[in-house]
Design a protein around this ligand. Structure first.
Ligand SMILES: [Zn+2]
Length: 117
């Protein structure tokens, strides 16, 4: 199971709102991890950057983030077409070191932030 290590830095404008949101997300995350451990599941936190602009199939990054109204992403490199949420989920699985079916050229060994620029 892969969980986005979500840090909503830019979502909440006021400090109070941000603190509340952080607390809520931390609590949810902690509970999810607890539940997963209890049931013998493997939970991995995934760096959330670029999950919506990377291609889950070939790892290519699109130049521009899709507008939220655009629900389908098409890879300019390998031509993979997938619903954006499904693609993001695929990217997260690859980063978590998991290998979902259909992802044959992911880069699970490269930690986030250490990719070649
Ligand atoms: Zn691709």
């Amino acid at each position: 199971m892969a969980v986005e290590d979500f840090k909503p830095k830019f979502l909440a404008k006021s400090t109070m709102a941000r603190k509340a949101a952080d607390a809520a997300i931390s609590a949810t995350k902690a509970e999810l991890i607890n539940m997963a451990r209890k049931h013998g599941r493997d939970v991995r936190l995934v760096h959330p950057a670029h999950t919506t602009v990377d291609c889950a199939r070939c790892g290519a990054r699109t130049k521009h983030a899709l507008p939220l109204s655009e629900r389908t992403c098409t890879c300019t490199l390998c031509g993979a077409v997938s619903p954006r949420d499904k693609n993001s989920a695929g990217v997260m699985l690859v980063r978590a070191g998991l290998n979902p079916a259909g992802v044959d050229r992911g880069r699970p060994d490269v930690p986030p932030g250490r990719r070649a620029a």
